[in-house]
Design a protein around this ligand. Structure first.
Ligand code: NDP
Length: 287
């Protein structure tokens, strides 16, 4: 058996198209153009690529995009006052600080992110949004796990026994709550989990988000499982692999996301949905 390949491009296109329709609706029926501000500090080349990609996608969908490039020498206070300004700006509905911050201010990342108005927190990292996700209120949810869920919905995948490898705040933990809200029974594994393979073999939906190249081997996957590989690992200057040994897993799974070309593409698409959602939450329009 060879699994169905869940290509991110196909799902990202659907998510972006749905965001574009919502943007048009906000413009036509409310006279509002959703606006995203991305703050980038310093000159990290990978961050510059990510920010350019976000800007380009906003332009494609008719979202106003403002990139605020601040020097690497910026202080915590510089960032806090820029965020205050954006929190108060009527034409900005989403604010994102591109991580990682330069070493000199890295230790203040949490304080800086928590300064963003929760209604404009399109990364979904603010404790208010985390709390809302846990309690099941309308929230801005981190883009990567939200994108994975959107993909499962679009692909009509309905596994009720789910296992997540990884418990980070940006992937594993939000994924737990999203899958649980979808009535899955979910186990979250981490580096202290004993007999990992025994747990992962229970999964109808297996999410790998650990950051360990090709760690998940075929014998860890239940026959016919759906495997969502969130991992992005650079093993050679130009070679990316996921957390799953794709070539072996494809023979056991019923569906699997590739790396590259899988989950990574959903994240930016979902950011666009979050900008729209943030705009609607601020306008008190049903999301
Ligand atoms: P973190 O490093 O924050 O978390 C990794 C998690 O994996 C931790 O909970 C850790 O456990 C767990 N883990 C590590 N080793 C093992 C092991 N041997 N067995 C079981 N669990 C283990 O990573 P992130 O969540 O930020 O990212 C995970 C991966 O997803 C990375 O490859 C990252 O690049 C990728 N990623 C991709 C995105 C995208 O597609 N756009 C976005 C975000 C991330 P413990 O808590 O015990 O340390």
């Amino acid at each position: 058996m060879s699994a169905k390949i869940l290509y991110g491009k196909e799902f990202a296109a659907k998510i972006k198209e749905s965001a574009r329709l919502e943007v048009d609706d906000l413009k036509n029926n409310f006279g509002v153009t959703p606006g995203l501000a991305v703050i980038i500090v310093g000159e990290n080349p990978a961050s510059q690529v990510y920010v350019r990609n976000k800007h380009k996608t906003c332009e494609e969908l008719g979202i106003k995009s403002e990139v605020i490039a601040m020097p690497a020498t910026s202080t915590k206070e510089d960032l806090l006052s820029k965020i205050d300004e954006l929190n108060a700006a009527d034409d900005i509905h989403g604010i994102l600080v591109q991580l990682p911050l330069p070493d000199a201010i890295k230790a203040h990342s949490e304080e800086i992110l928590n300064r963003i108005d929760p209604l404009k927190d399109v990364d979904g990292f603010h404790p208010v949004n985390v709390g809302k996700l846990v309690t099941g209120s309308p929230a801005l949810v981190p883009c990567t796990p939200a994108g994975c869920l959107e993909m499962l919905d679009l692909a009509d995948i309905d596994g009720k026994r789910a296992v997540i490898i990884g418990r980070s705040n940006i992937v594993g933990k939000p994924m737990l709550h999203l899958l649980m809200a979808r009535h899955a029974t979910v186990t979250v594994c981490h580096s202290h989990t004993k007999n990992l393979a025994d747990v992962t073999r229970e999964a109808e939906i297996l999410v790998a988000a650990m950051g360990k190249p090709k760690f998940v081997t075929a014998d860890m996957i239940r026959q016919g499982a759906v495997v969502v590989d969130v991992g992005i690992n650079r093993i050679e200057p130009k070679k990316l692999v996921g957390d799953v040994d794709f070539d072996a897993a494809v023979e056991v799974a019923s569906a699997i996301t590739p790396v590259p070309g899988g989950v990574g593409l959903l994240t930016v698409a979902m950011l666009m949905k979050n900008v729209v959602k943030a705009t609607k939450l601020q306008l008190k329009v049903k999301t």
